[in-house]
Design a protein around this ligand. Structure first.
Ligand code: PEP
Ligand code: MG
Length: 851
């Protein structure tokens, strides 16, 4: 091994064989070694390990004269950070170490006095600011260039530091190493890298590299730049980067420089034209790096008197869309296996592809924050009611529906709006669940803004007033509310996306279904290749104008005959709903949950609504009002809902079961045979299941006899109360499947209202009381223990039972890992989260195989 410091193995010249790993010397050092192994023209480089840099910060210096002796005499050097993961950052590079008065004189002869002066001046400035930590303004304010600028910088240094600028390269390098090592150990840098995912004790390596100067008067070209073979935004193959003659480091990328294009370009001169040979070499080097380093790389290069030097290689920055294209092309070119291509795309990043986004470079005028409840961004005029949203859509004017919170009555308004903003609510509030189902961007629980619905205005967090009709933008990916209309980029589902998802499906070993309530949801679920519908919430089907009245008549009916009459009007509508869903899903499983919410959710809440209802029912308003009041509950989410309603008003479930069975026969006629799945919500005791099952069997028998046709169906239980988890062993023998409803289960386990949690959730998460919002990421310790208990007890008495999750957690990668680990058969999530879930499930399976 070639040591730069004979006494210290932690200070090593980078050769093809020097021992070096990202976890001892950092990613940059390791990458440079790979480039050296490829025989690329990398200037001589010495790597200092994490241990060496840690020692330096503690005051134990390596043998710096020996280190300097590893380079040609009089060479100028640069020092750059080398953290384990390049994304964790590190102190900025310092260039031109070794420059002093004597070298200045020599270099003036070689490259001209102006170039030499500007090189020396740059070193003095960066040393003063980053190493000696003098006031940056003093040095930034120097306007002179060339020799005058240099004298001014040297003089300013002497005045501020109260000593002359150090001339000895040993002193210069010692101080640079010391300041970079200490900067890494500082609190600010630690917090910054922790925010980027680094562990608190992450190490820093440093690389000391001989400089190729990029400045000079020789006959050949001099300058520096960066080059990559793909576009970072689109991922398409396109040579991109910049080049600047007479420059160093990444100066070509600075704003306002006269940098050149790389390839021929009608807008101006290019490197390809002024130095064709160097350009061709660079492209060849980049292509070699792509194949041998198995990644798209950006190379940092210098051209010195026509000669190309490769100073560094880093993985190209990439948008999610580019990440997909790059991974698929690397696999298609045989450079990486498909499994690896799948692993190279972050599942969460996919939601960026599935929705419109605010353009990364757009200016964001943020006026408030809420919970990022449904991803994507949308711009529209503020409207404060569902009716106005519909009116706005009729005028073709995009609108954002702003509500204190949404209720089922707002669904049509939500369909009409391009986005939803609410004051209250959390990840599983009504607006959030429906928003995700519709793929509608949604920010909820923006409680720090003031919503004055009466005066139709919002006071923003920075005390601005937004009125009805004003244009705002919501970003459901990060919870921001913005004034105005920033530039957007469109969603893309191109061939690369489809290819990557097909590969993911080959590897994953857990099913992914969609929660879908409407034909449009079902079509989205098919479009995203869901394995079926895991939850169809039927109550959402009753809010259309032609259904709400018979629904209300049914609720108000005193006599069973009146109730039957109202239900008889609803039956054909439900049958049509289900037939349509079955046809769209073409034989894939469809799990239909029987009616769940408390009945009063279907009743009017304001005077106008009460009057309309009184008219429809031909009753006095006072009568209607009294009856509506009588249906109110203190705690409706724990009251007469779910299976409890099925037991006390059994005609509703009878009607739904009949509609499902008739639709089964209708849809099976012209396609694949349908085996519907019927699910009972809010079960807490096995007796509930037994009673409902008997009634449903009777309905099935009756439909079979009347139609003279046979069919099968599966009956299952939604496990969403703690008691159902604990008694799953009693329940499972009566069910073909158990589906964990982790929204209600989380609510009941924590005793935490789904609809009110948004008010304090961010506070709780910020203060570390909860690691994450448990409505968003499954609480594996508490709620998870109940789920695991339910799984184990359910399987213990029925080993054929199908197990799944259909709460919102089904689309969250960490929660999917939990579901897979406890042995569930599938997860079900909002249709727009299906691709994220498919990819996350594939990651888990691939990682599991390679362990
Ligand atoms: C649940 O509770 O987890 C669930 C899926 O049902 P809902 O959100 O409709 O209550
Ligand atoms: Mg529920």
């Amino acid at each position: 091994m070639q040591k730069a410091d004979p006494q210290n193995p932690d200070v090593t010249v980078i050769t093809p064989t020097s021992p070096m790993t990202p976890s001892t010397h950092g990613g940059r050092a390791k990458c440079l070694q790979r480039l050296v192994r490829l025989d690329l023209p990398v200037p001589r480089t010495v790597a200092l390990s994490f241990a060496a840099v840690h020692d330096i910060a503690a005051g134990i210096m390596p043998d710096v004269p020996a280190l300097l002796a590893s380079f040609d005499e009089g060479a100028l050097l640069c020092v750059r950070p080398s953290s384990q993961d390049p994304d964790w950052g590190g102190p900025g590079a310092i260039l031109n170490i070794g420059m002093n008065d004597a070298r200045y004189v020599e270099l003036s002869d070689e490259m001209g006095a102006d170039s030499a002066a500007s090189l020396y001046m740059r070193f003095v400035q960066s040393y003063a600011i980053h190493v000696a930590r003098l006031d940056p303004d003093t040095f930034d304010e120097i306007e002179d260039t060339g020799r005058d600028g240099l004298s001014a910088a040297l003089q300013a240094y002497e005045e501020e530091a109260e000593e002359p600028f150090p001339q000895d390269p040993v002193v210069q390098l010692t101080e640079v190493l010391r300041s970079m090592a200490r900067a890494w150990e500082g609190t600010t840098a630690r917090l910054l890298r922790q925010a980027r995912g680094a562990p608190a004790d992450a190490g820093l390596g440093l690389v000391v590299q001989e400089m190729a100067l990029g400045l000079g008067q020789g006959t050949g070209e001099n300058g520096s730049g960066v080059l990559q073979l793909v576009d970072s935004e689109t991922g398409l193959q396109q040579i991109t980067g910049r080049y600047l003659s007479q420059s160093q480091g990444r100066e070509a990328l600075e704003q306002g420089t006269a940098s050149l294009y790389l390839t021929r370009d009608p807008r101006g001169p290019s490197l390809e034209e002024i130095a064709p040979e160097a350009f061709a070499q660079l492209v060849a080097h980049a292509e070699l790096m792509r194949v041998r380093l198995r990644a798209e790389m950006q190379i940092e290069f210098t051209i010195e008197n026509g000669q190309v030097h490769i100073l560094d290689g880093v993985r190209v920055q990439r948008s999610s869309r580019a990440a997909v294209r790059i991974a698929v092309r690397l696999a298609d070119d045989g450079i990486i296996p498909r499994q690896e291509a799948v692993l190279r795309v972050e599942p969460r990043g996919l939601s960026e592809l599935l929705h419109r986004q605010i353009a990364p470079e757009a200016v964001r005028d943020v006026v408030g924050y809420g919970v990022a409840a449904s991803p994507g961004a949308a711009t529209g005029r503020i409207v404060f009611s569902a009716a106005e949203a519909q009116a706005s859509a009729a005028r073709n004017e995009p609108c954002i529906l702003v509500r204190r919170e949404t209720s089922p009555e707002d669904i049509r308004g939500m369909h009409a709006a391009v986005g939803v903003l609410t004051e209250r609510g959390g990840m599983t509030s009504h607006a959030a669940v429906i928003g995700r189902g519709l793929g509608l961007p949604c920010v909820v629980g923006a409680a720090r803004m003031k919503f004055d619905l009466k005066r139709r205005r919002i006071t923003t967090e920075d005390r601005r007033t937004l009125k009805e009709g004003d244009i705002i933008t919501i970003d459901g990916t990060n919870g921001q509310v913005l004034a105005g209309a920033p530039e957007m980029i469109e969603a893309v589902l191109d061939d690369s996306f489809q290819t990557l998802m097909a590969w993911a499906d080959e590897f994953r070993d857990i099913g992914i279904r969609a929660n879908a309530d409407t034909p449009a949801d079902a079509a989205t679920a098919r479009n995203f290749a869901a394995d079926g519908i895991g939850l169809c919430r039927t109550e959402h089907m009753f809010f259309d104008a032609d259904r709400i009245t018979p629904m209300r008549e049914m609720i108000f009916a005193d006599a069973p005959e009146d109730r039957q009459a109202a239900l008889a009007m609803l039956l054909p509508m439900q049958r049509k709903d289900f037939t349509e869903l079955f046809r769209i899903m073409e034989g894939l499983p469809v799990c239909i949950r029987l009616f769940d919410p408390p009945l009063h959710e279907f009743l009017p809440t304001d005077r106008a609504g009460l009057r309309d209802l009184a008219e429809a029912l031909d009753l006095p308003v006072s009568d209607v009002t009294r009856r509506v009041e009588a249906l109110q509950e203190y705690n409706p989410m724990l009251g007469m809902r779910g299976v409890r309603l099925g037991i006390t008003v059994p005609e509703i479930y009878d009607m739904q079961a009949r509609a499902i069975f008739e639709a089964t026969l209708d849809a099976s006629h012209d396609g694949d045979p349908v085996v519907p799945e019927i699910m009972l919500p809010l079960v807490s005791a096995k007796r509930e299941v037994e009673l409902i099952r008997t009634r449903i069997e009777a309905v099935a028998a009756e439909v079979r006899t009347r139609r003279g046709q046979d069919f099968t169906y599966r009956l299952g239980v939604m496990v969403e109360t703690p008691r159902a988890c604990l008694r799953a062993d009693e329940i499972a023998p009566h069910a073909h499947f158990l589906s964990f409803g982790t929204n209600d289960l989380t609510q009941m386990t924590y005793g935490l209202s789904r609809d009110d949690a948004g008010r304090f959730m961010s506070e709780y998460v910020q203060q570390g009381l909860f690691g994450e919002d448990p409505f968003h990421v499954l609480d594996v310790e508490g709620v998870g223990e109940l789920v695991a208990t339910g799984v184990e007890r359910g399987r213990s008495t029925n080993n054929q039972v199908t197990l799944s999750i259909c709460g919102e957690h089904g689309g969250n990668p960490e929660s999917i890992a939990f579901c897979r680990a406890v042995g569930m058969d599938y997860v079900s999530c909002s249709p727009f989260r299906v691709p994220v879930a498919r990819l996350a499930a594939a990651h888990l399976a691939i990682r599991n195989q390679t362990l």
